[in-house]
Design a protein around this ligand. Structure first.
Ligand code: UDP
Ligand code: MG
Length: 317
């Protein structure tokens, strides 16, 4: 039997929210007669989240769990959920009750009826800190839209829906969960929509994301865009240019030094040239190192997930 909806909930230390969230999701799914599954991905919680998931899964066979060996981040959690999902439409939702399950039916409908590949939530009215969240988020959305050509007001909203084949085509790691619509578009899924969603204040627990992860996200996007656009060639150019600079500098300095030591042919007018040669050597090494760092970045960004799943919880019929 084909399943209508898979809901993926990445979570870390959200024990208080989970029972309420599951009850709410179940209520909405029943009311709309959806067949569904919920994948709760426990991303290394240190509270009782996993025990709560076990209880919830025992009471309702639609509730399924994945427990990571340790904390790997929201991207890895979503990635594992994407792999496990069987539903025709896949919905991601934060665990902290900031996203409302009441939005799910419309997010589902926009995929199956309106033909969107991805529908991204837009928290038009936000209940978060202005300086650490709302303002940086505006700046981030503006820049990301300009850089990627995917125009969304709220790229990083945790509440999104996807056509199944979109999530099966995607791998997210690092801080890349912030850019899933961009990756989807690169993979050729052009129909990317947006829906204003209700955003609620966090009821229990604390936020796990601050400014620092935000900056990491930017670097991730920059490196992946750079690589997808130019490949690794610019790094090689830096390396080659650096080597050239260094060699020319070295030859001049060597020549002048040689002339001085063996033939004593050295006068004060040569001195600026000698210094220039040294500067060229320094610039050359710097450029070479830039290329080297670029190379490391490139390799790092093309690296894939290496997380470990500790337990998987799924009741078979
Ligand atoms: N989360 C996660 N792994 C982490 C950090 C967070 O799975 O390393 C989950 C978290 O439990 C929540 C969602 O990601 O379900 C969004 O996190 P949070 O609510 O802290 O972010 P905010 O809403 O403040 O941006
Ligand atoms: Mg939250």
């Amino acid at each position: 039997m084909s399943l209508d909806i898979s809901i993926i909930v990445p979570l870390k230390n959200e024990e208080e929210s989970l029972p309420e969230l599951v009850a709410w999701i179940d209520r909405v799914m029943q009311a709309h007669h959806f067949s569904y599954e919920v994948w709760m991905v426990d991303d290394g919680s240190t509270d009782n989240s996993w025990q709560v998931i076990q209880q919830l899964a025992a009471q309702n066979k639609n509730i399924k769990g994945i427990k990571f060996q340790r904390n790997y981040g929201k991207s890895a959690a979503l990635n594992e959920g994407f792999r496990a999902a069987q539903g025709n439409v896949v919905i991601t939702m934060d665990a902290d009750l900031q996203d409302s399950p009441d939005e799910v039916p419309e997010l589902y409908r926009m995929i199956v009826e309106d033909g969107y590949d991805v529908v991204s939530g837009w928290k038009k009215k936000r209940f978060d800190n202005t300086f650490t969240k709302n303002l940086p988020s505006k700046l981030y959305n503006y820049t990301t839209t300009k850089m990627s050509g995917v125009a969304l007001h709220d790229m990083n909203c945790g509440l999104k829906s996807y056509r199944k084949k979109v999530v099966k085509s995607i791998e997210v790691y690092g801080e890349m969960h912030r850019y899933i619509p961009v990756i989807a578009k690169w993979n050729g899924f052009r129909n990317i929509g947006e829906k204003v969603v209700e955003h609620r204040a966090r009821k229990y627990g604390v936020t796990k994301f601050g400014l620092e992860r935000f900056i990491n996200g930017f670097l991730d996007l920059a490196s992946i865009m750079f690589i997808s656009k130019f490949g690794k060639r610019p790094m090689h150019l830096f390396g080659a240019l650096g080597t050239l600079f260094f060699l020319v500098g070295f030859l001049i300095a060597f020549y002048l030094g040689f002339a001085k030591i063996f033939y004593d042919q050295y006068n004060m007018t040569d001195r600026p040239i000698f210094y220039l040669a040294l500067v060229a050597m320094v610039i050359g090494s710097q450029l070479f190192l830039t290329g080297f760092i670029g190379e490391l970045v490139a390799r790092n960004a093309t690296e894939r997930n290496t997380y470990l799943v500790e337990t998987r919880l799924e009741q078979k019929d």
